[in-house]
Design a protein around this ligand. Sequence first.
Ligand SMILES: [Zn+2]
Length: 281
Amino acid sequence: MPELPEVETIRRQLAPHLEGRRILAVEILDPRFTRPDPPDAVADGLAGRVVREVGRSGKYLVWRLDGDRFLLVHLRMTGALLFDPPTEPPHTRVRLTLDGGHRLVYDDPRRFGTGHLVDGEPAVRAYLGARLGVEPLTEEFTAAHLRDLASGRRAPVKSFILDQRRIAGVGNIYADEALHRAGIHPLRPAGSLRPVQLEALREAIEHALASGIDAKGATIDDFRHVDGARGSFQDRFRVHRRAGLPCPVCGTTITKLVVGGRGTYVCERCQRPPRRRRRES
Ligand SMILES: [Zn+2]
């Protein structure tokens, strides 16, 4: 699933192609893309508009159109936005005809991706505010902020950092990588982390995400750039999907466990398992 670095990669690639360009025609072939809104309403609301800016918030792409209208696109599991693809992709859900003879195709084999039209900045802020917590690559993301979020939380720290309403954009890959870098076991209760560990975690999340952006994302399933190319962050994984291989820091064999239903990779030497509570209360 595309996480913050993958979506940011798409944003950076898409922005120069789309900004200033007019959407001439829209075909939404799969009504699931706009659900619960009717596809015709979204198509009509987009056609004729100029894309002013392509932004990002968490894992959402935020297209600002003229007339104070916004298109919020979430790629979910397997969505891809392809600019001027040489052939029609096999799972095309949406086709946009742009001025200058260009086209943008939304391809999505598993069909979980969504596109919603929202009018006005306040409505966009309300929509995203209800779904997303702090943006990790901003000044707001401090150890103190993290401490406030984690305070009293008994959930495993991995589940805690995957919760989009607390920290926006971190998914399974970057959570595993950040926890390894910070030397924190994914099953540690979030509220049990000491201030020095929270600072290490903040730094590690930032580092993992920035490295992911630098590598233009990770392609382990379907993630594709706007020209169909692949990311390379998978070649830099420390622990994610490396069960049975040696930890790059200490050489201990990496193990896989399940945390909150997600496959989780850990070096139990670098990331000490939490001690069992003496008294469950
Ligand atoms: Zn290790």
